[in-house]
Design a protein around this ligand. Structure first.
Ligand SMILES: [Cu+2]
Length: 157
């Protein structure tokens, strides 16, 4: 075995350790996806994500086999009308939390399969730097909140 090859393996191990450390610093709480009736064009996902590391962590993408694609959306209510805008990334402050909640920032699952309360959906997140982590969300019935804070009920972009 050449020195170059040993150096390459060492570097690979170091990268593996460094990246698995970062994903381990993110903990998901109350991770859930809203139940979808058959034929729904989209549904939303919510969570409280805590970053226990001392560095800012950026989520650059998400994907799941339960839908065609996942976008990051932010809902702003202006003059009583909720509008969603697409975000390119989610940022978790060092030692802080990101809350994905109805009426605020959320995951948008576009083209979901029919999801029933009680099922579990696996969602993978891509972190800046190339690392991915996968977490399971529980499918739940959306609460009594209605159209005022749920633009998904009416349209999706
Ligand atoms: Cu949305």
């Amino acid at each position: 075995m050449t020195h170059a090859r040993i150096a390459g393996i060492t570097a690979a191990l170091w990268i593996a350790c460094a990246t698995s450390g970062l994903a381990g610093e993110l903990s998901f709480h109350e991770f859930w996806v809203a139940e979808t009736p058959p034929g729904a064009m989209a549904t939303a996902g919510f969570a409280r994500i805590a970053n226990t590391s001392d560095a800012e962590v950026t989520i650059t993408g998400a994907a799941s086999s339960a839908c065609k694609r996942i976008e990051f959306h932010r809902t702003d209510t202006i003059d009583g009308i909720a509008r969603m805008s697409r975000q390119s990334r989610l940022t978790l402050p060092a030692g802080g939390e990101l809350e994905l909640a109805p009426g605020g920032t959320h995951l948008m699952l576009i083209g979901p399969s029919a999801l029933q309360a009680g099922e579990r959906v696996s969602i993978s997140f891509e972190l800046e730097g190339g690392e991915t982590l996968t977490r399971e969300a529980e499918v739940r019935v959306r609460g009594s909140r209605r159209s005022t804070d749920d633009p998904h009920a009416h349209h999706h972009p």
